[in-house]
Design a protein around this ligand. Structure first.
Ligand code: ADP
Ligand code: MG
Length: 292
């Protein structure tokens, strides 16, 4: 491509709200074979709400919600806001926790009113030596509905299964259809539960799912997707997406996401919409494809 065509394409991108931080990205995008997309905050709103809470025998709803919300009040994760909001909506006074700790990719823990409380994924409960099999049917149903199941433990006993649901952004389905129309494969990459991720992917017609990845696992997922499909674009919004944005051939950050993601990206989608991805690829094809 000539410097002129890159300037023209970059300028046209700016008009479309697609900010090319590197001219190379405009050249590379036209031959992208696969677009990998972070789930939470990129495909979905990133604002989950609590939808379900089922108790183990001997536990009461308000007490479990009180203990769990106390721990989550210290967490930055979107899941945490959903749980704290549910407690507040129920008029529950949330106490101050002691010794809060976040366990990456697993969940959170603290001591609340002298009770040891853990909240997180099924693998977190298993790591704590707790058996979640009693909730297997409920978890399968929730996951099938595209909800994310979490578990709460109190003083070493499994107390509840909690589900949160995060709505898909209204413009996500059209953006995926546009990527397919351009001949690309679309993959979802997420730390969330495999069944939940698959249910959402099925709804959206997403071709491939990489679920239950730890933050550092996103980089490995990028390498695998590149090896399997060819040139890879990755779209994300979070702090923990930065390594994957750097590892992809082209990293695109959602402009409404974190500064860390935007700094790691080659392209920033100012509109905050996933539709910016097919727009950027189409622009690359139009400007670079025609001018040699
Ligand atoms: P993602 O946000 O893509 O799901 P994370 O690595 O942040 O990836 O989290 C992985 C999983 O760990 C979450 O899906 C959830 O099951 C659990 N988890 C993380 N943080 C929390 C939290 N504050 N409360 C409950 N569960 C959590
Ligand atoms: Mg995200």
């Amino acid at each position: 491509a000539t410097p002129t065509s890159i300037m023209v394409g970059t300028g046209r991108g700016a008009e479309l709200g697609v900010l090319f931080r590197k001219g190379e990205a405009l050249q590379l995008l036209k031959d992208a074979a696969v677009v990998a997309v972070d789930k939470t905050g990129t495909l979905t709103e990133g604002r989950p709400a609590l939808t379900d809470l089922a108790l183990a025998e001997g536990f009461a709803r308000d007490e479990v919600l009180r203990l769990v919300a106390a721990v989550e009040a210290r967490s930055e994760h979107p899941i945490a806001r959903a749980i704290v909001a549910a407690a507040e909506d129920a008029g529950i006074a949330v106490p101050e926790p002691d010794g809060f700790q976040s366990v990456t990719g697993m969940g959170v823990q603290a001591v609340v009113d002298g009770h040891r409380v853990e909240v997180g994924a099924d693998r977190y409960m298993r790591a704590l030596g707790l058996d979640v099999a009693g909730f297997a049917d409920v978890a399968a149903r929730l996951g099938g509905e595209g909800k994310s199941p979490l578990y709460a433990a109190v003083d070493g006993h499994l107390a509840a299964i909690i589900a949160v649901a995060d709505p898909v952004k209204p413009d996500t389905p059209a953006a995926i259809a546009a990527l397919h129309a351009l001949g690309l494969k679309v993959a979802m990459v997420t730390g969330d539960n495999a069944r939940t991720a698959q249910a959402i992917a099925d709804r959206l017609g997403i071709d491939e799912v990489v679920a239950e990845v730890l933050p550092e696992g996103k980089v490995d997922a990028m390498r695998r997707l590149k090896a399997a499909h060819g040139r890879l674009a990755f779209v994300g919004d979070g702090i923990n997406d930065a390594p994957a944005l750097a590892e992809a051939d082209v990293g695109l950050a959602i402009g409404t996401g974190t500064d860390v993601a935007m700094e790691a990206a080659d392209v920033v989608l100012m509109s905050g919409s996933l539709q910016g991805v097919p727009n950027a690829i189409a622009l690359s094809k139009a400007t670079i494809g025609n001018i040699r």
